[in-house]
Design a protein around this ligand. Structure first.
Ligand SMILES: NC(=O)c1ccc[n+]([C@@H]2O[C@H](COP(=O)([O-])OP(=O)(O)OC[C@H]3O[C@@H](n4cnc5c(N)ncnc54)[C@H](O)[C@@H]3O)[C@@H](O)[C@H]2O)c1
Length: 253
């Protein structure tokens, strides 16, 4: 068990990569606070964890609201006694070029960037009491490369990568490590929902996306969860302020 006895907060764990991470963490002995703005998704993740014999509870929260960010840590401490790990995974996908409206910018910055900062702010207070901790932020290939009509989303993911470095510097004196995982295209509802809206088939999209990855396919949420697990665990004790691409070689060429 690689996370035996650890308490982990995972935001956006009612779906996709967050859910896969919550399930893997619980399998590895962590007690998991499942945080999501979507009650049905979050409660379903908790049920899946309990069905496999793990410990978890659900917190309904919007990471972009400061009172919610504060409550996430408070409720986790009340339930599990402290906080060891925070995974800042919740995000929205506003994928637009310069035509983006001010509302597009404000919402994507609020959830992806400010949400990451606020959840970290309150979790860090609890980690300091433990004398150590680990934070894993979710970046993207969009943190480091430019794709067409991706300005809004890319700006938030690049900010998260740089915040990872800044936080690593600021929190090192407290033995809190901060790292970033940058996935390529992963088959999650975030990918599936827009496809349904655009009326193109998922098969078409997957074939197109697969060709961009050196490994010739898109990724599975659990393949990202393993990278998050490694960086959150004590196995990564000398790793901070960096990022791990989990992109099937997308950015290698
Ligand atoms: N799927 C991909 O191809 C891909 C690629 C690179 C990076 N990522 C990153 O991985 C992370 C997870 O993506 P996913 O594909 O699993 O997405 P997803 O849409 O399947 O899951 C995101 C979850 O976050 C929740 N959420 C959204 N706004 C929230 C808020 N304000 N407060 C709390 N919860 C909120 C949603 O309800 C949802 O359950 C994101 O940070 C995303 O940017 C995904």
């Amino acid at each position: 068990m690689r996370l035996q006895g650890k308490v982990a907060i995972i935001t956006g764990s009612g779906s996709g990569i967050g859910r896969a991470t919550a399930l893997l963490f619980a399998e590895q002995g962590a007690k998991v606070a499942v945080v999501d703005i979507n009650r049905d998704g979050g409660e379903a993740t908790v049920s899946l964890i309990r069905d496999q014999g793990g410990e978890a509870f659900f917190i309904l929260a919007d990471v972009s609201r400061e009172e919610d960010a504060e409550r996430i840590s408070r409720e986790t401490v009340r339930r599990f006694g402290g906080v060891d790990i925070l995974v800042n995974n919740a995000a929205i996908f506003v994928i637009k070029g310069l035509e983006a409206t001010i509302e597009d910018w404000q919402r994507s910055l609020a959830v992806n960037v400010i949400g990451t900062a606020l959840c970290s702010k309150y979790a860090v207070e609890e980690m300091k009491k433990r004398g150590k901790g680990a934070i894993v932020n979710l970046g993207s290939i969009s943190s480091v490369i430019a794709q067409p009509e991706f300005i809004t989303y890319s700006a938030t993911k690049a900010a998260i990568l740089q915040m990872t470095r800044n936080m690593a510097v600021d929190l090192a004196p407290f033995h809190i490590r901060v790292n970033c995982v940058c996935p390529g295209t992963i088959l999650t509802p975030a990918l599936q929902n827009p496809v349904e809206q655009q009326g193109i088939s998922l098969q078409q999209l997957l074939a197109e996306e697969a060709s961009k990855h050196v490994l010739g396919r898109v990724g599975e949420p659990r393949e990202v969860a393993y990278a998050i697990l490694f960086l959150a665990s004590d196995e990564a004790s000398f790793i901070t302020g960096t990022y791990l691409m989990v992109d099937g070689g997308y950015t290698a060429r």
